[in-house]
Design a protein around this ligand. Structure first.
Ligand code: GRF
Length: 203
């Protein structure tokens, strides 16, 4: 299976996917990494792994439609089976999402449906939550609202800050995202009627 990964930043999740690919655990091949930011460190990680990289800079486009059109043109040159959003910090247009529906995954640092959007760690602390976590979900038109495939939880202690939570969440992300991508590549994971299915069971 061919995978295209979209990033905006550090790319530690991309690195986890690369590491899993190198050890034969991913079940697919990362054909390209695309960033909306030239400075994203994930581009260095991709280069180090000899993966093709592209920058499609959102500042070069005057509206979301044009940007997403340009982005999908680059994606489509690879004809991927799966598009993986790994810290891609852009809101996507409905037309873009529709194009890849059922074959696009995202990772979001909260126990969805809690805390869609930004600043999830601080919001969990402010709410006094005892548990926090991370979710992998199929991408639909609703921002951070598509069907959840897999979650990992962590305990929140009194001494936690947004930074310490982010650190522990990242460690969980690096375990669950490659696992979910593998399920997809093995054709065990599907989206059907806006629900996530694993091995013919609704998740
Ligand atoms: C992760 O926390 C992910 O949940 C969120 O963006 C962050 C990306 O981190 N969507 P990295 O660039 O993979 O290190």
């Amino acid at each position: 299976k061919k995978i295209v990964v979209l990033i905006s930043g550090s790319g530690s999740n991309l690195q986890a996917l690369i590491d899993n690919q190198l050890s034969g655990q991913l079940g697919g091949q990362i054909a390209a990494v695309i960033s909306n930011k030239q400075q994203a460190y994930g581009l260095v990680r991709a280069n180090n792994a000899n993966i093709s990289t592209h920058v499609v800079n959102h500042q070069d486009y005057s509206n979301r439609e044009d940007y997403d059109q340009a982005l999908s043109e680059v994606i489509d040159t690879y004809q991927p089976d799966l598009v993986v959003l790994a810290g891609f910090m852009r809101i996507l247009t409905a037309a873009f999402v529709q194009k890849y529906v059922g074959k696009m995954l995202n990772i979001h640092p909260s126990l969805l449906p809690k805390y869609q959007g930004l600043n999830t760690h601080q919001r969990a602390i402010d709410a006094g939550d005892k548990m926090h976590g991370v979710s992998v979900h199929f991408v639909t038109e609703e921002l951070d609202g598509g069907p959840v495939v897999c979650q990992a939880k962590i305990e929140v202690t009194d001494s936690d800050t947004a930074e310490t939570l982010a650190q522990r969440i990242h460690a969980k992300e690096h375990i669950i995202y490659p696992k979910v991508v593998r399920w997809f590549c093995q054709q065990r994971l599907k989206m059907h009627h806006n629900q996530a299915w694993l091995d013919d069971k609704v998740l």
